[in-house]
Design a binder for this molecule. Structure first.
Ligand code: ATP
Ligand code: MG
Length: 220
């Protein structure tokens, strides 16, 4: 589904990523581990179309996303990818409903379908009773469930989650990890960055980065 080919990202003479290659199969669950500064977020930003590499390719269903125009890239991010961040990246002064509506408005979805999808995903993530709350007033676990619902809004093929439990207590972290497992069981491809070996072990494959290079890949 996705082939990452010889990805390199350099800042001056410093290599944040160096010749990184691997395959992501449809329905895969891949955990990316590695110490701070090893290039994990850089890798996800490039796969998710938030950044471009210095060299290499990301072949997404046969098309090299690295060659996308800015407009094609924005469409790719909006429709194909669901991004989940450690710090949620919600619009704090908007209601949960409005936060969930943003990716649908960008995609040009009509009002009735927007409402339907918002209620469906809010139900699924257990935040249906929070739709009229301001995002700012939610607990951390609730914020992350809203962020996941938002990521799901346009039925993406891939979820990219960059340390989604980094700001959560262990009980909420476990709940969020259960959600990713459930989504993967539904067929969504999941790529997860984590520092916790226990979370990484939920994945079908673990990729370990060090200084921008893959040190090992381990498929179950
Ligand atoms: N814009 C930039 N300019 C210069 N160096 C950068 C830039 N962005 C990232 N880097 C460097 O690239 C390296 C990889 O960064 P990255 O954020 O991908 O690490 P990470 O593995 O996600 O770390 P963490 O676990 O702390 O989130 C780091 O050494 C970082 O300082
Ligand atoms: Mg990071």
């Amino acid at each position: 589904m996705i082939t990452v080919e010889n990805l390199t990202k350099s800042y001056g003479g410093f290599f944040a990523l160096s010749d990184v290659s691997f395959d992501v199969e449809k329905g895969d669950y891949i955990a990316v581990t590695g110490r701070s500064g090893s290039g994990k977020s850089t890798l996800f930003h490039i796969i998710g179309g938030l950044d471009r590499p210095t060299d290499g390719a990301v072949i997404f269903e046969g098309r090299n996303s690295i060659n996308f125009s800015e407009k094609e890239m924005a469409r790719y991010r909006n429709l194909e990818i669901g991004f989940v961040f450690q710090s949620f990246h919600l619009e704090p002064s908007y209601t949960v409903y409005k936060n969930l509506e943003i990716p649908l408005l960008i995609a040009g979805i009509d009002k009735n379908t927007r409402d339907e999808r918002i209620r469906l995903n809010a139900d699924k993530l257990g935040i249906a009773d929070k739709l009229n709350n301001l995002a700012n007033n939610l607990s951390g676990g609730e914020k992350q469930r809203v962020a996941i619902a938002r990521a799901l809004m346009n039925n993406p093929k891939v979820i990219l989650a960059d340390e989604p439990c980094g700001n959560l207590d262990s009980l909420n972290a476990e709940k969020i990890m259960d959600i990713f497992t459930a989504l993967n069981n539904e067929g969504i491809t999941v790529l997860l960055i984590t520092h916790h070996i226990k979370d990484a072990q939920r994945a079908k494959k673990i990729i370990n980065l060090l200084d921008g290079e893959i040190v090992y890949e381990d498929r179950k």
